[in-house]
Design a protein around this ligand. Structure first.
Ligand SMILES: O=C(O)C(=O)C[C@]1(C(=O)O)C=C[C@@H](O)C=C1
Length: 376
């Protein structure tokens, strides 16, 4: 029986042959790539790949080798495809109207819309991004904000997309698909609720609290210590603060942000009463212009995948192959297609980077309806 060293030496010679053949194969794929560009043929030939994989699987005998060679070829073909996407990008075949790189957003002259009432967290986020004196107005629903951007009634909208404890705001994801608007910025603000009442109120006088149902729930430990208080839910936390001002009853208090309390002239009776002390919400800034800041570092895309085994696995390989760091993935059910999903992916990069262009080229070819939602 041969020793481990001898067997490893034999394996080394086999690996040398594989490497040589691999290089020979990639060289041929490169030539095919040129031929495809010159003749306008599609890079990804799904049927050809299926045939190749079946052929090589039929050439081996044992089941374990069949599965193994199948997997090796899946990878091999995916890599030659990626080489051909790179060739396409280098030949300048981008295929779509490009995003335009800009130096700055016109924050001083812009008209900005947010959803909610005066004192809402969205307003606080808007002021954080655009400044306290920005020209703004508010609407009742997220859809109305999206429409205002699409129609050009406002230049930018500030909308919540994700909370650190509650997760994604699904409606915003769905609206990003429905409307052709683009993300150009983001801002994260802490969500810290207070118990606020009329100035001069002592907490011992309180008998009733108003707030949004979720905000009452998120302060359940604090409110549990005051079990005799009546809890009344209203549409949002800013509205609760407004009600306290209007009622002028010292027995009433609101669970709302310190920002809403200041907007409605209330005093903070207890600060940061949420059970989870490090809660924050990420807001996106959207516009109807296909632009991106030249120093942008994050890209959001969405796409649909064929209902096939390992389609997500192959899709994600475009990030690894191009050394791109994926920071988030969300899925949402697709309307009218039970158990099929649309994926929303965030990754680090700038649309001007060659690696990003290569990855997007590959992702576009191998998924359906890919949309770049923004680079910010
Ligand atoms: O035959 C082709 O069209 C090729 O480009 C070669 C190849 C392969 O590596 O075998 C690569 C990509 C295609 O999707 C199909 C097959």
């Amino acid at each position: 029986m041969a020793s481990l060293e001898e067997l490893r030496a034999q394996l080394g010679s086999v690996d040398d042959k594989i490497v040589e053949l691999y290089e020979e194969r990639m060289k041929l794929c490169e030539e095919i790539g040129i031929c495809k560009i010159e003749n306008g043929y599609k890079t990804f030939d799904r049927q050809r790949e299926k045939n190749t994989i079946t052929d090589v699987m039929n050439k081996v005998s044992s089941d374990i080798n069949k599965k193994g060679i199948g997997e090796v070829y899946e990878q091999l073909l995916a890599i030659s495809r990626k080489l051909q996407y790179k060739q396409l990008v280098e030949a300048g075949a981008l295929g779509r109207l490009p995003f335009i790189g800009i130096d700055l957003l016109d924050k001083d002259t812009a008209r900005v819309v947010f959803q909610g009432t005066e004192g809402a967290y969205s307003q606080a986020a808007m002021e954080h991004y655009f400044g306290k004196d920005c020209n703004n107005y508010h609407v009742h629903t997220f859809r109305e904000a999206m429409e205002a951007i699409e129609e050009g009634a406002a230049d930018y909208a500030v909308l919540p997309i994700e909370n650190s404890t509650a997760g994604a705001v699904n409606e915003i994801y769905d609206l990003l698909v429905e409307f052709e608007n683009y993300i150009v910025g983001e801002t994260i603000i802490p969500i810290k609720n207070t118990l606020s009442g009329l100035p001069g109120t002592d907490i011992s006088e309180i008998e009733r609290v108003y707030s949004k149902a979720e905000a009452l729930m998120q302060a359940s430990h604090f409110l549990g210590d005051h079990g005799d208080w009546q809890q009344i839910s209203v549409a949002n936390t800013a509205l609760a603060a407004k009600k306290i001002l209007e009622d002028q009853d010292k027995r009433h208090a609101a669970v709302c942000s310190a920002y809403a309390a200041s907007v409605y002239g209330l005093s903070v009776l207890a600060d940061n009463i949420n059970d989870e002390k490090n809660n924050s919400t990420r807001f996106i800034v959207i516009t109807n212009q296909k632009v991106f800041l030249k120093d942008a570092t994050k890209i959001s895309i969405c796409l649909e995948l064929p209902h096939e085994s390992s389609s997500l696995y192959h899709l994600l390989s475009h990030f690894a192959y191009n050394d791109l760091n994926m920071t988030k993935i969300e899925s949402r059910p697709m309307e009218g297609k039970s158990w099929e999903y649309r994926f929303f992916i965030d990754f680090e990069g700038n649309l001007a980077d060659p690696a990003v262009k290569n990855a997007i080229r590959g992702l576009r070819e191998e998924s359906r309806n890919l949309r770049i939602l923004g680079n910010y």
